[in-house]
Design a protein around this ligand. Structure first.
Ligand code: CAA
Ligand code: NAD
Length: 283
């Protein structure tokens, strides 16, 4: 299937990164969010990243301008009518995503593939909100998108081979490495990563060590590029909590219960780097 126009829904940290790598690979991109101010922030992120590439001499100014000119913006979901592929990257909430996919199903052309960048939610359930479950798939990018090589591709129960192969080819065109998994809560990435982060939060909650000590141990002892609490702040504590809740509910196993300290921070609005406060404070 030929993909030319990609619509990215949600201009937050993931959506803006996805829009950037799609435009850099030569695709025309529509970046959509609910408010102009969110889109401006997303475009600002893309400009900042591209400026850094220009300063480092890896990108010509005119290439930067060409990439930016391939990104148009939208606050009207009807613009999905122009898309061959929609990649959704809104908040990690099943109700929000199913509502959105219902509407996308109405506006997107019949041939369009609807992909979700969900971290953990069942693709089969998102697909069931549409009349085209065979064209719904998980396309899970890692944060920060311009840097991380992996795209975890999740097949829903009814996803066709043709749709899978198209998304695999698009991922390769984005210079990413696609890895296929089946549809179970948290897939592979977050089934393994998030319980580690949750355990690190329990260690702080129980007073075993400070966040700084936990992070230093995992960085120096296990060669992780970021300690688990720095990484949790980076991902967003709200997203971490929603992923743990999906694992807990999906497997019905108490080993996935979210740490009460994680809940408390999210209730307080301490969502990590994006709000300036989480396990650490950000300027
Ligand atoms: N956006 C774009 N580029 C970024 C960036 C960002 N937010 N942050 C860093 N970079 C780039 C830098 O420009 C630099 O590029 P060059 O090498 O080309 O100059 C490169 O990344 C390295 O950056 P730094 O030297 O500033 O810092 P670093 O060496 O500490 O690397 C990092 C930063 C790549 C983020 C590294 O700390 C890292 O790999 N951290 C772990 C990230 C991770 O685990 N991500 C997965 C999260 S889980 C997930 O995404 C799934 C989910 O569903 C929750
Ligand atoms: P974010 O909070 O940075 O951005 C979410 C964006 O979606 C916001 O700009 C918000 O205005 C917009 N939005 C919310 N509802 C919308 C709607 N109905 N229509 C259009 N836009 C809407 O979140 P994020 O960290 O970018 O995460 C987005 C998705 O990507 C989540 O599903 C998350 O689980 C997943 N994900 C996150 C990470 C991570 O490290 N943060 C990694 C991989 C996947």
């Amino acid at each position: 299937m030929n993909i030319n126009q990609i619509m990215v829904i949600g201009a937050g940290q993931m959506g803006s990164g996805i829009a950037q790598v799609c435009a850099m690979a030569g695709f025309d991109v529509i970046l959509h969010d609910i408010k102009e101010e969110f889109i401006e922030k997303g475009i600002g992120n893309i400009q900042k990243n591209l400026n850094r590439q220009v300063e480092k001499g890896r990108l010509e100014e005119r290439e930067k301008e060409a990439i930016l000119s391939r990104v148009t913006t939208s606050v009207a979901l009807e613009n999905a009518s122009k898309a061959d592929l929609v990649i959704e990257a809104v908040v990690e909430n099943m109700d929000v995503k199913t509502q959105l996919f219902k509407m996308l199903d109405q506006f997107a052309p019949d041939h369009a593939i609807l992909a979700s960048n969900t971290s953990s939610l069942p693709i089969t359930e998102i697909a069931a909100a549409t009349e085209r479950p065979e064209k719904v798939i998980g396309m899970h990018f890692m944060n920060p998108v311009p840097v991380m090589k992996l795209v975890e591709i999740i097949r829903g129960l009814q996803t066709t081979d043709e749709v899978y192969e198209t998304i695999e080819a698009v991922s390769k065109k984005l210079s990413k490495v696609p890895v296929e998994v089946n549809d179970f809560p948290g897939f592979i990435s977050n089934r393994i990563l998030m319980p580690m982060i949750n355990e690190a939060i329990f260690a702080v909650y129980e007073g075993v060590a400070t966040p700084e000590a936990v992070d230093e141990i995992m960085k120096l002892g296990m060669n992780h590029p970021m300690g688990p609490l720095t990484l949790a702040d980076f991902i967003g504590l709200d997203t971490c909590l929603y992923i743990m809740e999906t694992l807990h509910e999906g497997f019905g196993d108490d080993k996935y219960r979210p740490c009460p300290l994680l809940r408390k921070y999210v209730k307080a609005g301490w969502l990590g780097k994006k709000t300036g406060k989480g396990f650490y404070t950000y300027a």
